[in-house]
Design a protein around this ligand. Structure first.
Ligand code: HEM
Length: 635
């Protein structure tokens, strides 16, 4: 009996390994035929088991002799694209590398013209939708769709990102940033060390999208007594769970965004008996937020029926209107003819918040860290803000007069440079379809991308491709192309007198065409198509890019107009000890340098992607101080 079991196990294992080798062999032949340089891997980095446990295995595998692991282990590190950037492509002498594994082939591309081509050929290179399974939890939407269905969603969703909505984004961002400053400082000249800046950025970003997306203002704890009751929104603004709910709206939204990853991974019954909190909280928040959105939707329908809604101010109202939900249709006795169903409208409302909050929060968070690491750049940003806004209070800041200068100057440049260095999404996935291999021109050579091949538009590598980013000898002492690891927002300023003209930019980087599309201000540098990818590119590029740029630039403007952000040094020295060191003295610099080394270490080795790239191991404590009161001021 035991011999039979043993033989069966051996037979199953033999069949399994035979099948694996057969698949690997077929994939290898396809890689060879493609003409791309290739690297063989025992499994793909995106294998679900590896994604969950890879960080545990890599240090163990690292102990094996380098001769065995060197060819493949570096490419199984979960964050190799962020950590190594363009280096592997330079070493392989190619702007595209194929990885061959038994499960399939995976092509990484860091060639801007090839990326622009892939992004433009929407039918040839589609989204691998199976990778987006947590995104359509509330209904079909523009993010998780392809073909005709995607066109229908995009047609209705795109116009909601209007100038009217951008105005709300600007005003709410400024308001929320001031509230955050008060939350941090309590009106004093400086805050205590801030150890949860990433969480605070998530909050501010959720607050802004809640207002601009759904018309619901969310308040900081010190503002809560003044909660609004307007338009029947009091039940959403309340910090307590309103009747019929187990959570407040704000808690439901925050808990959902924090724990959402569990909903598609585990069935509900398993989430309920899980031995830790995340999965249970996910279920509660998922149901609660769904209920709130349904109530909000019903409320908006009543307002619309009564002709009360203010046209197109928030994204939900605008998408309802675009889908054909309006005063006439709601009062008509005919069955509604909507372009999107109710569940599709709510599905899109959900993806706006999902796609829009963490990405933008990261961009602002990393901007703060990079500015704290670069005090002279921060001074330059502040000097420009003084030129734009003088000492006018924020109530007098004006969308039409001030925003164009903010979007054409240092705030938008800081944000762009931050996203160049630390993009929220490091690999934008595409794929070829079954039985549909595709040709691709990389650096003048035509390759054949096999059918069913996953493609990553490698964002960090592309953002460091020296052939496409102009050299700026005027802002860096490093040789051409070698300053791309440095944080230099000035590289984005076209009205900077010292900027080299387009003709002196590097080969193959036509300055005239923008990768930023309508997002980019005419005063900001426009990278060549396919060169700057934080928002992706082409047909499937981000719908919220202008929303996000306005939000990020406005929050930075409001924070840095009056305050500076510094590295907190409390882990190394007490306030009293620091006070005894003269301003600008070498001892002070030394303390600052320790904090800077920690920050650089976390930025280099502590990052990880779950939905987006964030600090996962370690954090960078910061402190805000009123301008002029800085502890570490030098040029
Ligand atoms: C800094 C902030 C942001 C970044 C870095 C970002 C990045 C991206 C990227 C890389 C994609 C393409 C994803 C893919 O193809 O898999 C995308 C798509 C999308 N983003 Fe954003 N995003 C940001 C903010 C926002 C905001 C604020 C919203 C909405 C309020 C938004 C809504 C969308 C939508 C709806 C899509 C899908 C477009 C389509 O497939 O047609 N994003 N975004």
């Amino acid at each position: 009996m035991s011999a039979t079991i043993f033989l069966s196990v051996v037979a199953i294992a033999a069949v399994y390994f035979f099948n694996l080798s057969r698949c690997f062999w077929a994939n290898l032949q396809a890689a060879k035929k493609s003409g791309f340089p290739f690297i063989c891997l025992p499994w793909d980095k995106f294998n679900i088991f590896w994604m969950v446990t890879g960080n545990f295995w890599v240090p163990l595998l690292d102990k094996l002799p380098a001769a065995i692991t060197e060819p493949w282990l570096p490419f199984l590190r979960l964050e190799w694209t962020y950590e190594r950037k363009y280096e592997p492509f330079a070493l392989m002498g190619s702007e595209a590398i194929m990885f061959v594994a038994p499960g399939g082939n995976h092509l990484y591309v860091a060639s801007p013209p090839a990326i622009a081509d892939i992004a433009a050929r929407r039918i040839d290179f589609q989204k691998p939708l199976e990778r987006y399974r947590d995104v359509n939890l509330y209904g079909d939407n523009v993010v998780v769709s392809e073909g005709e269905m995607w066109r229908r969603h995009r047609k209705v969703a795109a116009p909601t990102f209007s100038e009217k909505n951008n105005r709300v984004v600007f005003e709410e961002s400024v308001r929320q940033a001031h509230a955050l400053l008060y939350h941090w400082t309590r009106g004093k000249t400086e805050s205590d060390p801030l150890h949860h800046v990433d969480d605070d950025m998530m909050s501010i970003s959720l607050h802004i999208i809640s207002k601009a997306g759904f018309g619901v203002r969310v308040l900081w704890p010190h503002e809560e007594s003044a909660a609004q009751e307007e338009d029947g929104l009091g039940r959403f603004a309340s910090t307590k769970a309103p009747p019929g709910h187990a959570l407040s709206y704000k808690d439901a939204m925050k808990k959902l965004m924090k724990n959402i990853i569990w909903v598609p991974i585990l069935p509900k019954w398993l989430r309920q008996i899980a031995p830790f909190e995340g999965p249970k909280t996910a279920t509660l928040a998922y149901e609660e937020w769904g209920l709130f959105m349904k109530e909000l939707y019903d409320m908006k329908r009543i307002h619309m029926r009564e002709g009360k809604i203010i046209e197109g101010m928030d994204l939900l109202g605008a998408i309802m209107k675009g889908a054909g939900v309006n005063e006439d249709s709601l009062n008509s006795s005919e069955p509604p003819k909507q372009l999107l169903s109710d569940s599709e409208i709510l599905g899109n409302a959900f993806v706006f918040i999902l796609a829009g909050h963490e990405t933008t929060a990261n961009a602002i968070h990393f901007s703060l860290v990079l500015l704290a690491l670069n005090p002279p750049t921060q001074r330059r940003l502040q000097a420009e803000l003084t030129r734009i806004l003088g000492d006018r209070p924020s109530e007098e800041w004006d969308y039409d007069r001030d925003l164009p200068r903010i979007m054409g100057g240092m705030p938008a440049a800081v944000l762009s440079e931050t996203m160049r260095l630390i993009p929220a999404v490091t690999g934008i996935p595409k794929s070829t379809m079954k039985d549909s291999p595709q040709t691709l021109n990389v650096n003048g050579r035509i390759h054949m991308v096999p059918a069913e091949c996953i493609i990553s538009l490698d964002v960090p590598a592309t953002h460091h491709n020296p052939r496409y980013w102009p050299a700026r000898p005027d802002i860096s002492a490093l040789p051409p192309g070698e300053d791309l690891d440095q944080f230099k927002p000035e590289r984005w300023l076209t009205n900077d007198a010292s900027r080299p003209s387009a003709s002196s930019t590097r080969e193959g980087s036509p300055d005239s065409q923008s990768s930023g599309g309508e997002t980019a201000s005419p005063n900001l540098f426009r990278p060549a198509p396919g060169t700057f990818l934080p928002f992706s590119e082409g047909h499937r590029s981000c719908l919220g890019k202008r929303f996000a740029m306005i939000e990020g630039a406005s929050v930075l403007t409001a924070l840095f107009h009056e305050y500076s952000v510094e590295l907190a040094v409390d882990d190394f020295i007490t306030d009293e000890e620091l006070e005894k060191m003269p301003p600008g003295s070498p001892e002070r610099r030394e303390v600052w340098q320790k904090a800077a080394d920690n920050a650089m270490h976390v930025l280099k080795h502590g990052m990880g992607s779950i939905i987006t790239l964030q600090m996962r191991r370690g954090h960078v404590p910061l402190r805000v101080v009123r301008r002029g009161e800085e502890r570490f001021a030098w040029d």
